[in-house]
Each structure stands twice: as structure tokens, then as C-alpha cells.
Design a binder for this molecule. Structure first.
Ligand SMILES: NC(=O)c1ccc[n+]([C@@H]2O[C@H](COP(=O)([O-])OP(=O)(O)OC[C@H]3O[C@@H](n4cnc5c(N)ncnc54)[C@H](OP(=O)(O)O)[C@@H]3O)[C@@H](O)[C@H]2O)c1
Length: 303
């Protein structure tokens, strides 16, 4: 999803398609250190943006913890070390707001990293992302390379993953409410209490922020990427229901876990560099629902 948004954003800025390397897994398996290094040495990119990862919602993180820590660690290590060996001048690594402690003071500043325990439901993923940002920080410190990181909040938009159980909350809700409306269902189940607060950023805003970070001569080692505003899961569900035109009841399933009570980014460091988001949650959801319908009609829905 983020990789595709970066390609759209670069092309919109007039970047020629032939100058963009976007190898699919079948062309380059990033879990293979030698193949990753050889690819980078052969291609000599000016910039590497690490948008590849094993990504998923609370259920996927809980079910596949070994794969989440392993895959994300090796992708970070192979691409960061491979870029260093290939003499790539600039690397931008993508982490996530999950790197911050479960009970971090809200909104979460970059400085609350490693100050108390992580949320257990996504600790494997978070630890791998922390390792990635620390690799960038220490390679920059020791070798003088411009390796830095961006930590996006929850993203949504075109090319999202709509897997019925392994997807993130917003695409999962979009699909569930769409199917409920199609089936004329009288109620939709919402996992958990609905009270946790979450922040959502449209992926095109995220891509814009990432490209902005790549223009900075002296970017922060890591910087939060978000809107600085959050809603409850219940409010998000109601907005999704309105977007897809679903008019039935929303019922909470209290047997499902909630995750962190609140995860809101402090985005003042990013704003101080001159960037702010431009897509509201309402507009972004409306556009995303249109993408969902087109992807579904074309048989290209990721699930
Ligand atoms: N989505 C969010 O809400 C969110 C929020 C915060 C941060 N982020 C971060 O943003 C980045 C991008 O996330 P996304 O939502 O765009 O994820 P995504 O849509 O699932 O894209 C991840 C990509 O990585 C590729 N990949 C995974 N393992 C690979 C491997 N071993 N070799 C080659 N390619 C591999 C996947 O290929 P396949 O299609 O072949 O699996 C996929 O194309 C990640 O670092 C994620 O942690 C995402």
C-alpha cells in the first residue's frame, strides 16, 4: 500500500517510471541477505525507502508472532546493511507508532521510545521496527550515512489489505460494513469495547510526508508521521458505516482484545520541518471506499 502510494506520488511529481525500482518478492526476496546486497550493488540507487514489511492487524500479530519478528528484522537488517555495503547515500526506513510503550504519555513524542513496556499484542513487530530505526541511527552515527526513519500512524487508502481476519481495523471495518449493507444485515459486530482511541492517516498523505523527509538535509533520526488527531474505534466504525451507507446496528464483541487504550502521535517534530496532512478522515474514507469498489470489481482486492 505505502510502496504504491510512493510510486503515485513520485510520478505525480514528474519522476520517470524507469528511474523507480520496485522489485516484487518474486524478483527479490528481501529475506535473502546476499540477494538483497547484490541487487543494491548492481542497481546503485540514490535512495532506498524501506516500505516492505510483514504487516497486519491485532489478530495477525497475535497468531504469527514469530513470523512478525523474524520477517521484519531480516528485511530491516538486509536492506539497511545491504544499502551500506552498496554505498547508498540515503535510506528512509518505515517503522510504526507501535514502537512506543503501551502506556506512553499521550500524545506520544519521539522521546518516549524505550521508556516502559510495549503493548504485548504487537511486541514482536514493534521490537523489529525499533531495531530498524536503531540500525539507521547507529549506521548514521558511525559511518556518516544519511539513514533515517519515519514512524507512520495507522494508514488506510488504495491497495490496502482487506483480509477478513488479518487486516487492520479500518479496512476490516470497511469490508465488514460493505458486506453487511450488501446482505441487508441488521447488525455488524465490532471487536472489543470500541473505546480505544486511534489516529488514521491517508496513505497519500503518508507518501507525501515521506518524500518531504527525503528533501531534508539534516532530518531527525526518527520522526512521527500522523495527523495529531484521534477518534474512538466506535466513532471510526460509525464513520465507515455512514461512508458505505450501512444503516443497521453496531454491536460490540467484548470477548475480543482492545490493544492499547490510546495511540496518538505528537506530530510537532514533523510540523516543525514544514509538513502537514491535507486529507480529512471523512474525505479519505470516501475515496478509499471508491478504491475498494474498483479493486473488487477488477478482481484485484488484496485479501
Ligand atoms: N498499513 C499501516 O497501517 C501502517 C502503519 C504504520 C506503518 N506501516 C509501515 O509501512 C510500511 C508499509 O506498509 P504497507 O501497509 O504498505 O504494507 P503492505 O501493503 O503489506 O506492503 C508490504 C510489502 O512488503 C512486501 N514484502 C514483505 N516481505 C517481503 C520479502 N521478504 N521480500 C520482498 N517483499 C516483501 C510485500 O510483498 P507481498 O505482497 O509479496 O507480500 C508487500 O508488497 C511497513 O514498514 C509498515 O510497517 C504501515
Amino acid at each position: 500500500m505505502v510502496g504504491a502510494a510512493l510510486v503515485r506520488a513520485l510520478q505525480a511529481r514528474g519522476h520517470p517510471a524507469r528511474g523507480l525500482l520496485t522489485p516484487a518478492r518474486t524478483e527479490l526476496n528481501l529475506a535473502d541477505p546476499a540477494a538483497t546486497r547484490d541487487y543494491l550493488v548492481a542497481q546503485q540507487p540514490d535512495l532506498v525507502i524501506i516500505a516492505a514489511a510483514r504487516v497486519g492487524g491485532i489478530h495477525a500479530n497475535n497468531t504469527y508472532p514469530a513470523e512478525f519478528i523474524h520477517d521484519n528484522l531480516v528485511i530491516a537488517l538486509n536492506l539497511i546493511h545491504g544499502s551500506y555495503l552498496a554505498k547508498v547515500k540515503r535510506v528512509l526506513f518505515l517503522g510504526s507508532s507501535c514502537i512506543y510503550p503501551r502506556l506512553a504519555p499521550q500524545p506520544m513524542t519521539e522521546d518516549c521510545l524505550l521508556t516502559s513496556p510495549l503493548e504485548p499484542t504487537n511486541e514482536p513487530y514493534a521490537l523489529a521496527k525499533i531495531a530498524g530505526l536503531k540500525l539507521c541511527q547507529y549506521y548514521r552515527k558511525q559511518y556518516g550515512v544519511l539513514f533515517h526513519s519515519g514512524m507512520p500512524t495507522n494508514l488506510y487508502g488504495p491497495r490496502d489489505n482487506y483480509h477478513p481476519t488479518n487486516s487492520h481495523v479500518l479496512p476490516a471495518l470497511l469490508r465488514r460494513f460493505h458486506e453487511a449493507r450488501e446482505a441487508n444485515a441488521s447488525e455488524v459486530i465490532l471487536w472489543g469495547s470500541g473505546t480505544p482511541r486511534r489516529e488514521f492517516l491517508h496513505v497519500d498523505d503518508c507518501a507525501d510526508a515521506l518524500l518531504h523527509l527525503c528533501t531534508l538535509d539534516n532530518p531527525p533520526d526518527w520522526v512521527n508521521i500522523g495527523t495529531g488527531q484521534d477518534v474512538t474505534i466506535r466513532e471510526a466504525a460509525e464513520l465507515v458505516a455512514e461512508t458505505v451507507g450501512y444503516r443497521g446496528r453496531i454491536v460490540q464483541d467484548l470477548s475480543q482484545p482492545d490493544g492499547s487504550p490510546r495511540k496518538l502521535m505528537d506530530v510537532s517534530r514533523l510540523r516543525a520541518t514544514g509538513w502537514q496532512p491535507s486529507i480529512s478522515l471523512r474525505d479519505g474514507l470516501r475515496a478509499t471506499y471508491q478504491s475498494f469498489l474498483s479493486e473488487k470489481a477488477a478482481g484485484k482486492l488484496r485479501e
